[in-house]
Design a protein around this ligand. Sequence first.
Ligand code: CTP
Ligand code: MG
Length: 385
Amino acid sequence: MTDTALIVVAAGSGTRLGRGVPKAFAEVAGAPILEHALRGLAAVDATLVVVVPAGLEADAAAIAARAGVAARVVVGGETRADSVAAGLDAAGDARWVLVHDAARALTPAAQVERVIAALRAGASAVVPVLPVVDTIRAVTPASLAPAARAEPDELGAIVDRAGLRAMQTPQGFDATLLRRAYAEADARGASTDDAQLVQALGLPVAAVRGDELAFKITTPADADRAESLLGPAIRVGVGADVHAFGGDGPMRLAGLEWEGQGLEGHSDGDAVCHAIVDALLGAAGLGDIGGLVGVDDPQHAGAHGEVFVRAAVARLTEHGWRPVNVAVQVLGVRPRIGTRRDEAQRALSAMVGAPVSVSGTTTDGLGALGRGEGVQAIATALIRR
Ligand code: CTP
Ligand code: MG
């Protein structure tokens, strides 16, 4: 049983992002912000509590499952502080509690570990901080109105940035202390971070190094930055396979049984399925069919290609990828793909869970394929997060 609870607050409305959905459920790089945030926390040894808007509990549970984490999901409140309080109620009797913004979706796990390490080393309240890089100047609130923004005479004095730090999350606390801070806070509704409530009790707050990657996705520009840092949401892969005629059984190709001599191979020799497997795995950067569990297993002697295609799709799912479509071309003098194209496409699409198109061609009599010694398949797969 871990002694640390990690509360991820994701119950905000995301007004400034302006997507029309609660921010943590808005998609960036093909997945909800909450999913990216939870993925980044999967390796942290803590009891996870996720705080979400009412009505989105089931969605949050599904997102947590996709991110590969076990989480308690609870409903948040009107303000961030209300949401943290709801999370605290579900945090059990952990000795330490970390509170983290889902909106800081790219926070490196190392930052979380720094906070936990500081708690274990004796601090009772810890905040990751960053130096301020911009020149900072005080203004009178009126100058924040858009019409006045360009008025230089509205600006006040420069504030020496050397004496400033920007606050990030997760902020870590002795659980008893944080509960007390929340119980005693007069104006907790106005607080935008948790350490200030502890500080209001007159207690010290320690700082550890933050990280620029832990920025809070707040505006559309922040979402664009996250999108480019997370890399493309789609990837492409290619796979090829060749099997010679000579097997004993009937020929299996493209998930169908065909007239005539079969194909050699440890499994059923279905070069189309095997090429699709390599295209899918290659697209996700997950190796090739040789690395799929059980391919060489005696129990898979004669196994249908479908077993491996489904295993590859499952492997992709584990890593947050899903197929968009697959195109495969079959080279050889037989079978004639065109005669059963629809049937083959239906069978393969069912395995992949996305459209698979199949084309066939001969090699103009050239080479082993042209002499009818075997069949080759070349597949291209497109996948998305
Ligand atoms: N948060 C929350 N409950 C609230 C308000 C905020 O759980 N009532 C969470 C947000 O989901 C976010 C974090 O607190 O992960 C930081 O808040 P902020 O960036 O302000 O998010 P939103 O309140 O959603 O955005 P906005 O202020 O633009 O509406
Ligand atoms: Mg807010």
